[in-house]
Design a protein around this ligand. Structure first.
Ligand SMILES: [Zn+2]
Ligand SMILES: [Zn+2]
Length: 433
């Protein structure tokens, strides 16, 4: 078995891992086959990526994308399920030898952004763009499925390909994303023992980055409503000024991170929207503040929620006013299981060269891949997509975001080796336990 608890409770297995890490090397034969298969499918993969890029679809509306992916996976002879968590697709590749199942997740949704690049395969869907690189993610996953299908006789165990909708967040009032996929049983039958994922990043092409432990932050949303009392602007003593209270709340909230939390455990509180008041000479009776909280630990996530409410309560009550506080937990931090990361490092070094595998500080952006990491050991890394001839590139979520397509083949190669080597180790574990 290969679970979080196993890692914690069975030191013999941990010892085995340590030994296998030292001895591990990428098999020459599958390695050559992987290269050959990538070459064989290159044109089809590029064509598919461009088609997906031209036809982006928003979260929980990935209908055509879903059909295309399902058709490609079926043509490979995989066991395909559709309409998981609305438009999700799950495909099981069974290796010729028995073994456990590992998962690989790719996200499918685009963003409500009008593309401004000049690529010949620009989005045909007005106001919608694959500006977060999920088109690259799907292409890497499809390519990996193509290559690994051809290597079936070398595989002991199964690979579950998980194409997930709504990573950017389901539309208001709808469920979606990783949590819904899990709820609908994507990690069961057969049970998935470890899961892999990647995200494109503006790092140089050919490089990847990751960190052991937390790699991306939690993401929560809050709405604070300050309820004062309106009066004439010339007679503030007859009202309760919600704008003055809001100003104090904003400043005080910023001291939560700097004065109340451990400085070695990063957190961010940002207020991104403020609304209130009706006219220059009327004291505002209500102000609404909306923002986001990012943390790398559950402890800080809980602390911040409590401290924010205490702050809002203290300030509004001192004015004799009232408040409403709504705090919605989003995704948890993305957590790279340290033992799994340790096992996979030699594979990454072998495939890309040690100089191309960087350790990165955790990022305060979020990814709902975290939901899988809460259930089973996960490994998530950043794939470099900046063309080497450029010094900078437009960031993720920019209308000018244009990742280097050659990154797809780097991604496929890395993923194939990670999955292959992970299964290789799983078999050892099962045999020795
Ligand atoms: Zn995004
Ligand atoms: Zn993304």
């Amino acid at each position: 078995m290969f679970t979080l608890t196993t890692f914690k409770k069975v030191p013999a297995i941990v010892l085995f891992f340590a030994m296998s890490v030292a001895l591990q090397a990428v098999d020459k034969k599958p390695s050559q086959l992987i290269d050959l298969e990538i070459k064989k499918h290159k044109d089809e993969i590029l064509k598919t990526r461009r088609f997906i890029h031209m036809n982006p679809e928003l979260s929980n509306r990935e209908f055509e994308t879903s059909k295309l992916i399902a058709a490609k996976l079926m043509s490979l002879g995989l066991d395909v399920q559709t309409e998981i968590a609305k438009t999700g697709v799950v495909a099981l590749l069974r290796g010729d030898q028995p073994g456990i199942t590992v998962g690989y997740r790719a996200d499918m949704d685009a963003l409500p952004i009008q593309e401004q690049t000049n690529v010949p395969f620009k989005s045909l869907n007005p106001g919608v763009m694959h500006a977060c690189g999920h088109d690259i993610h799907m292409s890497v996953a499809l390519g990996t499925a193509m290559v690994m299908s051809a290597l079936k006789d070398h595989i002991g165990g199964n690979i579950k390909f998980i194409f997930q909708p709504a990573e950017e967040g389901a539309p208001a009032g709808e469920e979606g994303g990783a949590s819904l996929m899990i709820k609908e049983g994507v990690l069961d039958d057969p049970p998935v023992r470890a899961i892999f994922g990647l995200h494109v990043m503006p790092l140089e092409l050919g490089k990847i980055e990751f960190s052991s432990g937390a790699i991306m932050a939690s993401s929560d949303r809050f709405v604070i409503t300050i309820k004062g009392k309106s009066s004439h602007g010339a007679k503030p003593h007859e009202g309760k000024d919600a704008i003055t209270m809001a100003a104090q709340v904003i400043m005080s909230i910023q001291t939560i991170v700097s004065r109340n939390l451990d400085a070695t455990d990063p957190a961010v509180i940002s207020i991104g929207k403020i609304e209130g008041g009706v006219r220059s000479n009327i004291i505002a009776d209500e102000v609404r503040l909306e923002g986001t909280v990012r943390t790398l630990s559950e402890m800080n996530q809980k602390k911040i929620q409590q401290l924010m409410e205490d702050t809002v309560k203290g300030i509004t009550h001192s004015f004799g006013a009232d408040y409403a506080f709504s705090y919605r937990r989003g995704s948890s931090p993305v957590y790279n299981h340290p033992q799994l990361a340790k096992i996979m490092i030699p594979t990454l070094h072998e495939v890309l060269g040690e100089g191309n595998v960087g350790k990165i500080n955790p990022q305060m952006v979020a990814e709902d891949f975290s939901a899988y990491c809460q259930k089973i050991p996960g490994f998530f890394f950043f794939l470099g997509v900046k063309p080497p001839e450029q010094t900078t590139m437009a960031p993720l979520h920019s209308p000018l975001f244009n990742p280097d397509e050659r990154s797809i083949f780097v991604g496929i190669k890395v993923m194939c080796h990670l999955l292959f080597d992970c299964l290789k180790h799983q078999s050892h574990i099962e045999n020795t336990s």
